[in-house]
Design a protein around this ligand. Structure first.
Ligand code: ZN
Length: 85
């Protein structure tokens, strides 16, 4: 047992906990790892998103986008007040 929260393709479930990847634990780890490199995190997750969209073609791409990328910018909860539109 590795305990590593890595994706198992083509289902994109987590090898460490069985949740949909990126699981909650992995998101926390990535946000910590890329705390000062959010653009890099976005690029990384964009690459995963493209791969996952191929494997999970039956999933709505909007949902996949939220799953892979929606959380990468969510940490502005501290109150930066940035918004779209
Ligand atoms: Zn996991």
């Amino acid at each position: 047992m590795t305990g590593l929260h890595v994706p198992m393709r083509p289902a994109w479930t987590c090898a460490g906990c069985g949740a949909d990847w990126p699981c909650r634990t992995k998101r926390v780890q990535l946000l910590a790892e890329y705390e000062r490199a959010r653009v890099s995190l976005g690029l990384l997750m964009s690459a995963y998103f493209v791969d996952a969209a191929e494997d999970l073609s039956s999933h709505a791409s909007g949902l996949l986008y939220t799953r892979f990328l929606g959380w990468t910018r969510a940490s502005a909860a501290a109150g930066q007040g940035q918004r779209h539109g």
